[in-house]
Design a protein around this ligand. Structure first.
Ligand code: SF4
Ligand code: SF4
Length: 449
């Protein structure tokens, strides 16, 4: 078991003490007051499960927010407890009192990001991540070196020797997570509906999804078209801001959100369809993010109301395309930002169950995060590995031959954990399974480990 990250002490004597939060959108005292300290959330919290420390539980973090609101300073220790939160929102699902921990932690993170000085190495790592991941062109430039790294067998060698892990664990985590790269598939700006047109939808292609899992976007466009949708893929779309908002980079997140709204408004679509759970969950919260922006507040509200996860959208639309049999046993993994954050659990299961021949299996401890959580597995590689291994064992215990989930981060994290354990389970996005069924492809067409 990993130990809780090392804590540093309180503010040294003689230093001026500044309250943890300023007046710009601090965590709401009213929402903090909703917590009745019952502890129902504790067993579902991954950090509490790992370390058993009260301050690394949802209840403990809410307590820290309360003390910050009461004037306590923002100490390194306090920040470490907030940083260690995966933002998985399992506590939101578990809480019987309806504590809106999602809103609380987002407000807290923005305060931490503005008001706390991180160690230089931490700042440098975060700066590198945010200079890379939200930028499609930069990610594209990485494809060549990454393909060479994989094709020459260097990735396998580095994994086996674990040397990089000992010298630079965070770099090793990044290198280990890189999925096998397939040929890029660029989508046209408009994919016409097959048969009678039932809707016009916009497709968010995403940053990591678009560059590392282009087959998921292609499958999404094909399924939507087969179900009677004109699919618009605006070429000028960029990052939706999910990573930024989940890491307290408020101004950056707002810039990405405004641009996303502009681009999809101009496309004139009935719905904006998303196939990455983390992106969909933050796009549904644009109204909160841009609430103080007079030029965008109203537009953000209208936009958020049109955002749908692809499984949610297809369930609302109802099927018209024929499903062909797929004889396969599937373990479905709820991505936290789909299940906990968006409450979308029944729709992907229903889509899978509608495929003749497919057997659906539930994964034990389904509510527990796989340890991916945006960039958490890069910032905290050791506990992320422990959570990934636990998830992989639970998946393997189902005996399923295919693992299905709906988030690129989970796909990378779980694939790397399954590989470590030598489990030969293929992996695919929900929409790729549906696409294979509609096209009458064999199970072998789905991603192999
Ligand atoms: S969001 Fe997840 S990691 Fe954070 S407190 Fe809630 S359950 Fe724990
Ligand atoms: S967050 Fe909810 S479940 Fe957790 S201690 Fe507070 S009231 Fe109880």
């Amino acid at each position: 078991m990993t130990t809780t990250p090392e804590r540093t002490g309180p503010v040294p004597l003689g230093m001026p003490v500044q309250a943890a939060f300023d007046d710009h959108r601090p965590p709401s005292a009213e929402l903090v007051g909703d917590c009745v300290h019952c502890g129902f959330c504790l067993p579902t919290c991954p950090t509490y499960t790992l370390w058993g420390e009260e301050m690394d539980s949802p209840r403990g973090r809410v307590y820290l927010m309360k003390s910050g609101l009461e004037g306590e300073p923002m100490t390194d220790a306090m920040v470490q407890h907030f940083d260690a939160c995966l933002g998985c929102m399992a506590c939101v699902t578990a809480c019987p009192s309806g504590v809106q921990y999602d809103r609380l932690i987002e407000a807290t993170r923005a305060q931490v990001e503005r008001r706390h000085d991180r160690p230089r190495s931490d700042r440098a790592l975060r700066a590198t991540i945010f200079a890379l991941f939200p930028h499609k062109r930069r990610l594209r430039l990485m494809r060549g070196p990454l393909r060479a790294y994989q094709a020459t067998g260097l990735q396998r060698l580095v994994r086996r020797s674990r040397a990089l892990e000992r010298i630079a664990p965070r770099l090793a985590a990044m290198a280990d997570l890189a999925p096998p790269l397939t040929r890029p598939e660029r989508l046209p700006g408009r994919i016409p509906a097959l048969g009678r047109r039932r809707a016009v939808v916009g497709l968010l292609t995403g940053c990591v999804q678009g560059e590392f899992f282009p087959g998921v976007n292609a499958a999404t466009a094909r399924v939507l078209a087969a179900e009677g949708c004109d699919v618009i893929v605006p070429p000028r779309q960029g990052c939706c801001g999910a990573l930024s908002v989940h890491n307290g980079r408020e101004e950056e997140a707002k810039r990405y959100a405004r641009r996303t709204i502009d681009v999809f408004e101009a496309a004139g679509v009935d719905a904006v369809v998303v196939n990455a759970a983390g992106c969909g969950s933050s796009m549904k919260e644009y109204a909160d993010l841009l609430a103080d922006d007079p030029g965008y507040a109203e537009r953000a509200r209208a936009f958020a109301g049109r955002v749908r996860d692809v499984s949610e959208f297809l369930a609302e639309l109802g099927p018209v395309a024929e499903r062909h049999p797929l004889e396969v046993s599937v373990a479905y993994h709820d991505a936290c930002h789909l299940g906990h954050a968006q409450g979308v659990r029944a729709q992907p299961r229903a889509l899978l169950r509608d495929i003749p021949g497919l057997q659906l299996r539930e994964i034990p401890e389904a509510e527990l995060c796989c340890g991916s959580a945006g960039i958490w597995n890069v910032l905290f590689p050791e506990p992320a590995r422990e959570l990934g291994d636990r998830k992989a064992r639970n998946i393997a215990s189902t005996g399923a031959s295919l693992l299905v989930t709906a988030n690129p981060g989970c796909l990378m994290q779980v694939a790397s954990a399954l590989q470590r354990q030598g489990a030969r389970i293929a992996m695919a996005h929900t929409i790729e399974v549906l696409d294979a069924s509609i096209r009458g492809l064999p199970v072998s067409a789905l991603a192999v480990p």
